[in-house]
Design a protein around this ligand. Structure first.
Ligand code: FDA
Length: 303
């Protein structure tokens, strides 16, 4: 119930406008959001690189409703890809299609993202198209395919809670397209997604094993310790090199686990979001673990 409450809040425009402007909101979100500016994000990225972790940078934003805003976001991402190259960071970028004008015109989004994938490809980098609600799944997969075949440097995210994902995994692996596998963070109907968490977890594990033995470099995005342990055991038993795939986790979530995996020699990439449009992202993190609210409040009053 709390999950649905926070997901509903994440879509509330008034709450978003109010919260993003408030100092209190910014302070609360700072556990999961690396800063308000690109410079702050790059510093956090350098710090994680020093700790042996790769990064994927995300300039927060979604549901952009004007061409001007979409192009402005595209320019920010171009700046991010350049900065990664200039500072020689171990990082790539993650973006959302609705942030690039998908709801204004899908052709606009493809043009903006295409320019970024072309730039990343030229600089030896990579662009990850994040996955949003199920209304965007097919369009995101199909756009990733077109951009991958044109420029190479694109991959996307698949969500283990969707029934269709098993087929999408095969569809993308067949073409050599890199997958980030996650459980899924949006509210979906039982006609499209497993309603029971146990079924999502079982599907995740099954698809993760398929991804890491595919020969395509994939990202296993989860903080689920039971799944991580099982994947490590499976990888060792299958004699996979530790470089065959990477674990991916969110900035500020299970930092102990991130460090332990690095110490054991596994690849870890941290998803590092930044920027003033933090509200929907932050609410989805609370939806995943409502206890975070108590944790954040305690820390807030302690500081
Ligand atoms: P699960 O929710 O079962 O949690 C397992 C354990 O992890 C919890 O018991 C808790 O200990 C810890 N944990 C999980 N979330 C936490 C949180 N917010 N705060 C504190 N502890 C937490 N989704 C999507 O729909 N599209 C996308 O593109 C992406 N991209 C993405 C990138 C990366 C790198 C990650 C790690 C995740 C995503 N996600 C995503 C989010 C994903 O779908 C999912 O909602 C979260 O990762 C939570 O699921 P877990 O696999 O961690 O398991």
């Amino acid at each position: 119930m709390l999950r649905s409450f926070f997901i509903a809040l994440s879509q509330n425009k008034q709450m978003r406008a109010f919260s993003e402007r408030s100092t209190l909101g910014r302070r609360m979100s700072s556990r999961f959001v690396a800063g308000m500016t690109l410079d702050e994000a790059l510093k956090a990225c350098e710090d994680l690189n020093r700790q042996g972790m790769a990064v994927t940078l995300d300039a927060l934003g979604e549901s952009v409703l004007s061409e001007e805003h979409a192009r402005r976001t595209g320019r920010l991402y171009a700046q991010m890809i350049d900065a990664i190259a200039q500072r020689n960071l171990r990082a790539n970028v993650s973006l959302k299609l609705t942030q690039m004008g998908m709801d204004v015109d899908p052709l606009l989004a493809e043009e903006v993202v295409g320019e970024l994938v072309e730039q990343a490809s030229r600089l030896g980098n990579f662009v990850r198209l994040d996955m949003e609600g199920s209304g965007y799944t097919e369009a995101t997969v199909a756009m990733t395919e077109r951009l991958f075949h044109k420029y190479g440097a694109a991959g996307t995210v698949l969500q283990a809670y969707l029934y269709r994902t098993e087929q999408d995994v095969e569809r993308l692996l067949e073409q050599g397209i890199r997958i980030r596998l996650c459980k899924g963070a949006y509210k979906e109907p039982a006609s499209l997604a497993f309603p029971e968490k146990a079924d999502v977890d079982a599907n995740y594990l099954k698809l993760a094993k398929r991804c890491i033995t595919s020969g395509v470099f994939c990202g296993m995005a989860t903080h689920d310790e039971r799944i991580i342990e099982e994947l490590k055991r499976f990888a060792i038993e299958s004699k996979l090199p530790k470089t065959a795939f990477e674990f991916q986790m969110l900035y500020g979530v299970r930092r102990d686990l991130q460090r332990a995996l690095v110490m054991e020699g596994w690849g870890v990439r941290v998803y590092l979001p930044f920027g003033p449009e933090w509200y929907p992202y932050f609410m989805r993190r609370l939806a995943e673990r409502p206890a975070n609210l108590i944790f954040l409040a305690k820390n807030f009053f302690r500081n």
